[in-house]
Design a protein around this ligand. Structure first.
Ligand code: BT5
Length: 259
């Protein structure tokens, strides 16, 4: 991977601009700082290695060199897109899972931000916003994909089992090709984010659909019930044993299959 290779691999996507790093703390940090300085819509940060990659709530995301895909895409939402921003995680998740499907893999979305293969985490998404006063000026879509076997962290640091594309396919797909396909899907799906069919496609890919789950809400709080779909804003809808429908909003949540 290098700047020139990336520029030519992604040339036909009409991105804003591309910044490539052999090694960086976090591509999301770089993208947020760039967004605040006025990065154009569809500007992209890519790194071969991250030394301070982040998940939600500052949990670590590991990106060892030459093994993984780590990128952050900056969107400058239009006026019409602003009410739809809570669906951005679905946009990224669908874009990734559709690409994995073309590779013959049955990817599922573990709400809100994990992509599972064979019940194990192969990719994670981190959506963050850059604010200007009280308005969202830019959204950063951070994506990490475990491509080669060496990208999968040791089990003792994981809170959920992990896997790579190489484990599933027997080979590691080319990272530039993968990146191109994910970005092309994001760009193609973006105009449809507000539609019912977008929500339906997202629901169809949900891991644990119809299954009994436990949702840990941070602290000691948890709710249990069956996954029955998504609210219009992308919140997870579960039905408890009394038939009560509970929307689970984005935030400090962890979803686990009830065993
Ligand atoms: C996520 O958070 O899954 C979001 C990950 C987003 C990473 C991308 S890479 C490009 C961009 N720049 C960044 O700095 N971040 C984004 P969360 O659901 O909170 O999961 C974090 C948990 O995943 C950690 O606590 C670990 O247990 C586990 N983990 C860390 N590295 C992993 C890996 N490579 N594969 C699978 N699981 C991992």
């Amino acid at each position: 991977m290098n700047q020139q290779e990336l520029e030519s691999a992604l040339a036909n996507l009409n991105l804003g601009a591309i910044r490539y790093f052999d090694s960086i703390g976090s591509t999301n940090d770089e993208a947020l700082a760039w967004a605040k300085k006025g990065a154009k819509d569809l500007s992209l940060v890519v790194a071969d290695e991250q030394t301070m990659g982040r998940g939600r709530l500052d949990r670590p995301w590991l990106t060892p060199p030459q093994t993984a895909l780590a990128f952050s895409l900056i969107l400058r939402p239009t006026f019409a897109e602003k009410p739809l921003l809570s669906r951005t995680v679905g946009l990224a998740a669908l874009a990734i899972s559709d690409v994995l499907q073309t590779l013959g893999l049955d990817a599922q979305i573990k709400w809100p931000n994990d992509i599972l293969l064979n019940g194990r985490k192969a990719a994670g998404i981190l959506i963050e916003a850059a604010w200007l006063e009280d308005e969202v000026q830019s959204i950063v879509i951070g994506v990490g994909v475990n491509v080669a076997k060496g990208s999968v962290p040791a089990t003792n640091i994981l809170n959920f089992p992990a896997i790579s594309l190489e484990h599933m396919l027997g080979y590691a797909p080319d990272r530039n090709v993968l990146l191109h396909a994910i970005l092309a899907n994001i760009i193609a799906l973006r105009p449809h984010m507000g539609t019912d069919s977008f929500l339906a496609a997202w629901e169809k890919k949900l891991a644990y659909y119809g299954r009994q789950v436990r949702v840990e809400l941070g602290g000691e709080k948890a709710v249990a019930g069956k996954v029955i779909g998504l609210e219009s804003d992308g919140s997870l809808k579960i039905r408890d044993d009394n038939g009560k429908i509970i929307p689970v909003r984005f935030g400090d949540v962890r979803l686990r299959l009830f065993t």
